[in-house]
Design a binder for this molecule. Structure first.
Ligand code: MRU
Length: 331
């Protein structure tokens, strides 16, 4: 399973696992145009903060290759379109800007430079995931019962994952008794993707509805919570999949450690706190008729933020590729 590659460069195309088809089928899809890359990011065919950064980096290189006369000016416009595809995960803008930064105005080797930089981002993410797994493992007690949210595994990154990478590493070390995976409303990344990854890996896991977490913690059946992140401000405020904030409040109430695992590409040093993090809103239909089944009356008014911001004061510690960084939670 560590072999699973959610994204791969194949010549001038970008091959992705189409995550909208899981768990029913493991389908690959080739993205051959800028429009296809943007569509795949918007519709969550490729998703997870590091993975959309990698896909966008490859997308910029591909667009340069397809352009008859790529120039810094043209690529800046393309970069802006890629960055606008999903606004919350800073990894996307970070990766695109990093690639753009390698482009000298109208140089001959623009295309080669962009592919090389995208591959470097992909490779570094793979290594960062492994390091996060190793460091995070130190936080996992024996026979741990771990609760996680959304999907932060191989599907969401260039490597073994962030929070799920810690779980995978701890499992190899014989420390995981049970993973409780929140189903993660409304698009069910936990149910569809995390449960699929855990099953393939043979890690003991149980699916729960998001609203079961409080009851489980109250019953003393969760030893720690570990989640990923889409953007972390300087004070530790952390944007992640909607529902993360509620989990952090529950964890603090029940004195269960709450960890956030993320590579350095997810830390946004420009933001002092979480108030400046743009929160993506999704289509109402994802809630009222998700996966084709109508579950609310037509024309129901809906509020559908894809992410929430957990205050740094509710986070016990951050796991990064550099090690463990204390969070702001004191109990
Ligand atoms: O909307 P998604 O599925 O892209 O949201 C993903 C998450 O919130 C993940 O927890 C986050 O990106 C970290 S992935 C390593």
């Amino acid at each position: 399973m560590t072999e699973l590659q959610a994204i791969e460069r194949v010549g001038s195309t970008i091959k992705i696992v189409d995550q909208t088809a899981l768990p029913a089928t493991l389908e690959y899809r080739e993205l051959a145009t800028l429009e296809a890359v943007i569509e795949a990011i918007r519709t969550l065919r490729v998703r997870g903060a590091p993975a959309i950064g990698i896909a966008a980096a490859y997308g910029l290189a591909q667009a340069a290759e397809l352009s008859p006369a790529p120039s810094l000016k043209k690529l800046t416009v393309i970069a802006d379109r890629l960055k606008a595809a999903r606004p919350t995960a800073v990894n996307l803008a970070w990766a695109v800007d990093r690639c753009l930064g390698t482009v000298q105005s109208n140089a001959q080797d623009i295309v080669d430079r962009l592919w090389q930089e995208a591959e470097a981002i992909h490779d570094e993410d793979r290594q960062m995931c492994s390091a996060i797994g190793r460091h995070g493992c130190e936080l996992i007690p024996g026979k741990a019962r771990i609760l996680t949210h959304c999907n932060t595994g191989a599907l969401a990154t260039g490597g073994i994952g962030t929070a799920l990478g810690v779980i995978v590493t701890a499992h190899h070390d014989g420390r995981v008794a049970m993973v409780y995976a929140d189903e993660t409303r409304p698009l069910l990344q936990g149910a569809r993707l995390t449960m699929w990854e855990l099953k393939v890996l043979g890690i003991p896991a149980r699916l729960i509805t998001d609203s079961t977490a409080g009851m489980l913690m109250g019953a003393g059946r969760v030893d720690l919570v570990i989640v990923g992140a889409d953007r972390i401000a300087r004070n530790g405020d952390t944007a992640n999949k909607i529902g993360t904030y509620a989990l952090a409040v529950l964890a603090a109430h029940h004195q269960v450690p709450f960890y956030v695992a993320a590579p350095s590409s997810t830390f946004d040093e420009r933001l002092a706190d979480g108030s400046g993090i743009p929160i993506e809103e999704r289509a109402a239909s994802e809630i009222t008729e998700g996966f084709g089944a109508r579950t609310a009356p037509s024309e129901t008014d809906v509020y559908a933020p894809a992410f929430d911001v957990t205050p740094g004061s509710l986070i016990t510690a951050f796991v990064t590729e550099q090690g463990i960084r204390p969070g702001g939670r004191k109990n």
